[in-house]
Design a protein around this ligand. Structure first.
Ligand code: DAH
Length: 344
């Protein structure tokens, strides 16, 4: 019996040397150690042994079982190790590959330019004031020295909600609202950004809805030179230190005197080109000294204080600053246009 056991050990270990798959290994386990396996088969004969032989053979049987089990375990571990290695190899990722780009939005060019304009004036000590887009005729026209039937109203025909309420045609009514809110206090130093509405036919430079930024300063001894210095400072921060301005006499009912402001052409630097129609100048805003009647209606004594005001179109500044040829690009949401500003 001992020989059979030793023979079994040799046969089993030899066969185990040649297993190639976990399945084969398992088959061999069953074949040698299973309930109906070879070892059990031999041990069945133990009943016929003498009391002295039994423990000796028992010991040999245990050794044989242990030897076979050890090799099976080793093999099993080797299979597991190999499987883990294979999986790791299959799952390796190249961390140097470029990642997936997620599309991200960016600030709209009009908002970007509006913010830049605001930043310049905030840097000059201005605060921001806002007013309603649905406005009373009184603030939009009357209190700005544009009484009913005044011919200057024609230039700003708009969308009326009722006879006395309209979509504001400019940000100038915020001047009046600010003055009233200040209760005669000085200094006043605000800019008022916002949307405005006109009946304008839409074309490359006009839109029925656009954005303006208004400015208003009121205090003692505010002079036209303060206005000019402020605008020069603004223009140089917006368009570069080489930019110059010129003031041309103009008319607005709410300012006296009034002026139209030009900046040296951003394209040719003032030499003359197609963009500036060979004048070297581009018109960018309207301004003037606040009309005494407007100061009065706003609750100020024109004998005591004076002020200046200006108003500019954000679209126009953006068109000039970025050399854009059609205002409608701002509103059509074409990503090919908008995404160019994400990188700036
Ligand atoms: N409100 C004027 C417009 O929309 C622009 C303007 C001109 C505003 C002169 C002003 C100003 O404050 O002083 O055409």
């Amino acid at each position: 019996m001992k020989e059979r056991l030793e023979g079994l050990r040799i046969e089993a270990l030899q066969e185990l040397q040649h297993v190639e798959t976990p399945q084969q290994l398992n088959d061999l386990r069953v074949k040698y150690l299973g309930k109906k396996g070879a070892l059990t088969e031999i041990l069945r004969g133990m009943g016929g042994l003498s009391a002295e032989e039994r423990p000796v053979i028992g010991q040999v049987a245990n050794d044989v079982r242990a030897a076979i089990e050890t090799v099976i375990e080793e093999k099993q571990e080797a299979f597991q190790q190999a499987e883990t290695n294979n999986r790791l190899l299959a799952e390796t990722i190249d961390v140097t590959l470029p990642g997936k780009q997620l599309p991200t939005g960016s600030v709209h060019p009009l908002n970007k330019v509006a913010q830049e304009i605001e930043d310049v004036f905030i840097g000059l000590g201005y605060t921001i004031a806002e007013g309603p887009e649905v406005e009373e005729d009184y603030y939009n026209f009357e209190a700005l020295n544009l009484p009913k039937n005044h011919p200057a109203r024609d230039m700003q025909d708009s969308f009326y909600v009722t006879d006395d309420i309209l979509m504001r045609t400019h940000t100038s009514p915020v001047q009046v609202r600010t003055m009233k809110a200040m209760n005669g206090e000085t200094p006043v130093k605000v800019i008022c950004p916002g949307k405005v509405y006109r009946r304008d036919d839409d074309d490359a430079t006009h839109s029925f809805q656009f954005n303006q930024i208004e400015g208003l300063v009121i205090g003692k001894n505010i002079r036209m030179s303060d206005l000019k210095g402020t605008l020069l400072q603004f223009v140089q921060q917006m368009f570069g230190a080489q930019a110059q301005i010129r003031l041309r006499p103009s008319f607005f009912p709410f300012t006296e005197p009034s002026a139209e402001v030009d900046v040296t052409c951003v394209q040719c630097g003032g030499h003359g080109c197609r963009m500036c129609k060979h004048t070297g100048w581009l018109e960018i805003l309207g301004c003037g000294m606040v009309h005494p009647r407007v100061l009065e209606m706003g609750g100020y004594d024109p004998e005591e204080v004076s002020g200046f005001a200006f108003g500019m179109g954000v679209e126009r500044i953006a068109l000039l600053k970025y050399g854009i040829d059609d205002i409608r690009h701002f509103y059509t949401n074409d990503l090919r246009f908008l995404s160019q500003f994400a990188r700036m």
